[in-house]
Design a protein around this ligand. Structure first.
Ligand SMILES: Cc1cc2nc3c(=O)[nH]c(=O)nc-3n(C[C@H](O)[C@H](O)[C@H](O)COP(=O)(O)OP(=O)(O)OC[C@H]3O[C@@H](n4cnc5c(N)ncnc54)[C@H](O)[C@@H]3O)c2cc1C
Length: 430
């Protein structure tokens, strides 16, 4: 049964009136955002990983495909992985047609997400501006913008004066180590609130009947060997084996470790990726700025903090903490762009464990184990893709075939060699 237009009936709808009503009674009577159900012995689909991609997969399985018995199992707390640690940039300005289609589906879903989930995901399409620090870089960016326009993604090249109008605090000194020659912008790019995306999907999924379990690790898979090959029958947890017709794994930096338990070797390397925030200040920056030459990018949060980061730590790691030299590089890159920020105090820094694939494109779809599916490989840039990652994986699981948009991102591309090499084309993080 399909129920694409099914509304989320069982949940208390949030509205301005509800805010006033609950405010008057001391905010003591809000209903829980999601249920705490009993773990059943069997489900139609089990989703492993309660980050944005796992939650969105569970939500769209129930909403778009009417799958009734879905469980989501998270070893920590919802959004406690990269989803709750990222710098929240959303954009779809990729180079290759396959990537443009994927990330623009995500951005279009983001544009409707607040209404769809009845949860304010604080999408702020304030524009995402890339800087060019040489004439050569500007020419390469013009090439990228042309590719985006051909792919139907709006973007425009900016000269130095237009960049200055968008971000007057940037360093335009002739002595700057990274002089600004211009850049390009995607006006629909911007930021969204990471926790809200995770919680909104969790609340929506729970209301549609998805059972969500936190603090429960998947420790292995129940795999049956038959004449047709290996087929997944469920997962193992500290609370016993839970059977399922299909299992979807969306565990980001843990993908190679978790998939090894199913006997599948992954083309993924895990690294720490760090970010940090300054003390809050009054509004000084109303667009997202990225300098590909230094790898540093920055935006200002609604609290007023400057949120920034740069590239990966230099060696593979499963730790959710990073090292000092990379932090120093990020701060140096920020101050090359905005010397006046040198007077700000830093408040916090943190890291996530990201799943990097050599062509910098995600993996969505089936695995060599029948009915075992994957959503991973988002590396430094999967927050922006959460709605599409979930939508497309739900489609593959429910229909047994790829959606046109997810087909190029099948794991099989590492056998056929048909890579989507955004690492070489767009070549930028986040
Ligand atoms: C510092 C930083 C900045 C970033 N900035 C951006 C950005 O600006 N824009 C952007 O688009 N992307 C950004 N990203 C990348 C983005 O955060 C990730 O690609 C995205 O959040 C991945 O979502 P996910 O659901 O796949 O993974 P996660 O959110 O990491 O979720 C995976 C979950 O799986 C769980 N898990 C692991 N093993 C098991 C197990 N055995 N059993 C059960 N559960 C398990 C984990 O606990 C975790 O909660 C950034 C990442 C970091 C770290």
């Amino acid at each position: 049964m399909r129920r694409a237009d099914r509304t989320i009936e069982s949940m208390e709808r949030y509205s301005a009136l509800k805010l006033i009503k609950h405010g008057l009674s001391g905010n003591r009577h809000w209903s829980r955002a999601w249920r705490s159900p009993e773990l059943k012995r069997e489900y139609d689909v089990i989703v492993v990983g309660g980050g944005g991609h796992g939650l969105a997969t569970a939500y769209y399985l129930a909403k778009n495909h009417g799958v009734k018995r879905v469980a989501l199992i998270e070893r920590g707390w919802l959004g406690g992985g990269n989803t709750g640690r990222n710098t929240t940039i959303v954009r779809s300005n990729y180079f290759y047609p396959a990537s443009a289609r994927l990330y623009d589906l995500a951005l279009r879903l983001y544009e409707e997400l607040g209404r769809d989930l009845n949860f304010n995901v604080m999408l702020s399409q304030r524009g995402m501006m890339f800087l060019a620090h040489s004439r050569h870089e500007l020419e390469m960016q013009a090439r990228s913008v042309n590719a985006m326009l051909v792919n139907g993604i709006e973007a425009k090249v900016l000269d130095a004066q237009q960049v200055r109008e968008r971000a007057p605090l940037l360093n335009f000194s002739p002595e700057a180590r990274f002089p600004i020659f211009g850049g390009f912008i995607q006006e629909r790019g911007g930021i969204a609130r990471h926790d809200a995306v995770a919680w909104g999907y969790a609340r929506g999924a729970s209301a549609l009947g998805v059972d969500i379990f936190q603090n429960l690790e998947v420790t292995g898979f129940d795999i049956e060997r038959g004449p047709g090959g290996r087929r997944v029958r469920g997962v193992e947890t500290a609370r016993g084996t839970v059977r399922a017709d299909a299992v979807a794994v969306a565990v980001a930096g843990s993908s190679s470790v978790v998939m090894a338990k199913a006997g599948v070797r992954m083309p993924i390397t895990s690294y720490a990726l760090q970010a940090m925030v300054s003390e809050p200040v009054k509004p000084v920056l109303d667009t997202v700025v990225l300098s590909p030459a230094t790898g540093t990018y920055v935006s200002q949060s609604d609290h007023g903090e400057l949120v920034f980061g740069a590239g990966l730590d230099l060696y593979p790691s499963y730790a959710q903490r990073g090292n000092l030299p990379v932090l120093q590089n990020s701060v140096a890159g920020l101050l090359e762009m905005f010397p006046c920020f040198s007077r700000l105090k830093m408040m916090r820094k943190w890291a996530g464990c990201v799943d990097v694939v050599h062509d910098s494109s995600p993996i969505i779809g089936p695995t060599p184990v029948e009915r075992l599916f994957l959503n991973c490989g988002w590396g430094t840039g999967g927050f922006k893709a959460i709605p599409a990652g979930g939508w497309l994986l739900a489609h593959v699981i429910a229909t047994g075939r790829h959606h046109d948009i997810s087909r190029p991102f099948d794991l099989d591309r590492f056998r056929t060699g048909a890579l989507v090499d955004e690492a070489g084309a767009a070549g930028i993080p986040h």
